[in-house]
Design a protein around this ligand. Structure first.
Ligand SMILES: [Zn+2]
Length: 102
């Protein structure tokens, strides 16, 4: 479980859990994936679309974890189509390139 994590003084930043590595991070550092009311699964770069959302670090390893364990499907309560996974991978790769390692 999430034991042993140092308690930080957190500003009022919404926190979300990555479906891959299960780390809790500020929402804006994560990529949102949404299942729209129409049942489509899409990447949501704005984070504002309505629907059921799942969050993932901009890290291909997290995406892999999320896909392997069907965690993304479970989080969205929907099967994630391959083309969405593809788009997600591209999105995440470009994010990962822009983000310095923590
Ligand atoms: Zn992660």
């Amino acid at each position: 479980m999430a034991r042993g994590k140092a308690r930080q003084k957190v500003k009022k930043v919404p926190q979300r859990t990555c479906v891959g590595c299960r780390q809790v991070r500020p929402k804006k550092e994560l990529v949102r994936i949404v299942r729209t009311p129409e049942g489509l699964v899409e990447v949501d770069p704005t984070g504002k679309r309505s629907g059921r959302g799942a969050y993932i670090c901009p890290d291909p390893r997290c995406l892999e974890l999320a896909l392997k364990g069907k965690r993304l499907d479970a989080a969205l309560e929907a099967a994630v189509p391959e083309e969405v996974v593809d788009g997600l991978m591209r999105q995440i790769s470009s994010c990962a390139g822009a983000e310095p390692p923590a």
